[in-house]
Design a protein around this ligand. Structure first.
Ligand SMILES: [Zn+2]
Length: 479
């Protein structure tokens, strides 16, 4: 193993037990968006003990924080998350549905691993800087509410990430690779209709139905879908259907829309057309439409220079070191999915990374090599608040195998595996690779200069937050 990889591996290994314990604690806390008090404290306590300066509460979000070590430039940021998802509580390692807390939240996206793995990377960078007197700053950003609240958008809007020369992050997944795809930009809007209530049989002519307005708006948007670009997506849910009584004309009703496109400018243009469907529905029904922007996320821009560095670092420090016990755990979850579905995941690896990987992972429960770097032209059909950060500073993102191949995202099966050695080994592999990448660029500022030039070229040096200034983080779910 090369010298730096060996050094970083030692630094991570020294605290390995502690990292696994903290990830288990956060896994048990399973706190929802903006309410991650205990999880954030577990991480700030860890980072403070390791000599980081902690500033808690950023952009008006109490559970957001930054922990810094060192001084001046270059300055490298590492992003961590720690929020859970509703209703996905599940006992660790159980492959049959058995919630730890019935009806409770669970780490169905593995953010217990994400936060601790990223903090472990920052600590290893600090250990290296202290030992070698390497100048610069390493900053760990505690980013709440990734699942529902997009805290990084508000942190970006508030200038928290300004001045960073490079940013690294990761996400638990089923394979080991660097994220080369763009994600979709997204805006979310609530359309609230106000009408007039009456007896639906007695004085129907006096009623103006807000529920009718919602239905007509949805019909309009259904027709709009035929006339938008292929990569765009529009989804909706009812926030308020106006009540349960058919004999009352509903005077209030509301819809919640997600509008996605490859670029934020396209998402905002499409939003204008969806807004018009709401206005048209209001006109047709004699109601009024209140249009309330909730959130907005830029597309993720992978920085090719930093992604290349992270790829080499991942190859140098290696994939997760799974053993037979881990493979047994993973297999017990994988067998719950239809074999054809699992095989389609393996085929997708082949299409993206090379056909030689198909026989290598057919019938295997865990992925244990580092895939080559790819920058596919098709976007990732989802959105992330890392997108905004990638517009502010050059950003690279790593995926580490923490679950059986075939495991669905946001599932109790994923929550169950994230509380076991399988998830923890992925977490430690991510920590090693990110620390190695961060040290590599701190030692070679020319790479950061190159990454910065690329960033300037791809963004034009412009970051526009899609959330209007008067919209505050929705800490109490108040929309
Ligand atoms: Zn996630």
């Amino acid at each position: 193993m090369e010298r730096l990889a060996e050094k970083i591996t030692q630094f991570v290994r020294k605290n390995e037990k502690k990292y696994c314990e903290i990830s288990e604690k956060i896994w048990q806390y399973a706190e929802l968006a903006f309410h991650e008090e205990k999880s954030a404290k577990a991480l700030t306590d860890l980072l403070e003990q390791e000599g980081f300066r902690v500033t808690a509460g950023l952009a008006g979000i109490p559970t957001a924080f930054v922990a810094e070590y060192g001084l001046g430039k270059p300055k490298i940021g590492i992003l961590g998350e720690y929020d859970a998802l509703p209703s996905l509580s599940q006992k660790a390692g159980y492959n049959r549905r058995e919630p730890l807390t019935p009806g409770g939240a669970g780490h169905g996206c593995g953010h217990n691993l994400l936060g601790v793995g990223a903090a472990a990377a920052a600590i290893a960078v600090k250990d290296y800087m202290r030992e070698t007197r390497l100048p610069g700053t390493i900053a760990f950003y505690g980013c709440p509410a990734e699942e529902n609240g997009s805290a990084k958008v508000y942190l970006s809007r508030d200038g928290v990430f300004e001045g960073l020369d490079g940013v690294f992050t990761w996400h638990p997944g089923s394979n080991n690779s660097i994220m080369g795809e763009h994600s979709l930009a997204a805006v979310s809007v609530v359309y609230r209709f106000h009408g007039r209530a009456t007896h639906a049989a007695g004085q129907p002519h006096l009623g103006r139905s807000a529920l009718d307005a919602c239905e007509l708006m949805n019909v309009g948007v259904n027709y709009l879908r035929e006339h938008m670009i292929q990569e765009a997506r529009i989804h909706y849910a009812y926030r308020d259907a106006g009540g349960g009584a058919p004999n009352v004309v509903q005077d209030h009703a509301a819809l919640y829309y997600f509008i996605r496109s490859p670029k934020i400018s396209q998402a905002l243009e499409l939003r204008e057309r969806v807004d018009n469907c709401a206005r048209g529905a209001a006109l047709m029904t004699g109601t009024t439409a209140e249009i309330l922007p909730v959130d907005g996320m830029c597309d993720y821009l992978p920085n090719r220079v930093l992604s290349g560095v992270l790829q080499q670092s991942f190859e140098a420090t290696g994939a997760p070191e799974f053993n037979e016990i881990d493979r047994q755990i993973a297999r017990s979850f994988q067998q719950d999915y239809p074999p054809a579905e699992v095989q389609s995941k393996v085929k997708a690896y082949g299409a993206k990374f090379g056909e030689e990987y198909v026989p290598m992972f057919s019938g295997k429960p865990l992925q244990d090599v580092v895939f080559p770097l790819r920058f596919p032209s098709t976007p990732l059909f989802g959105s992330t608040d890392v997108g905004d950060v990638s517009y502010v500073a050059p950003t690279a993102w790593l995926n580490a195998a923490c679950y059986a191949i075939g495991t669905s995202g946001h599932s109790w099966q994923l929550a169950a595996q994230g509380g076991t050695s399988v998830g923890q080994k992925g977490m430690l592999a991510a920590a090693r690779a990110i620390a190695h990448g961060a040290v590599t660029v701190l030692e070679n500022p020319a790479l950061l200069k190159e990454a910065g030039e690329e960033h300037q070229k791809t963004t034009g040096g412009v970051y526009v937050c899609a959330v209007p200034d008067d919209v505050k983080p929705h800490i109490e779910g108040d929309f």
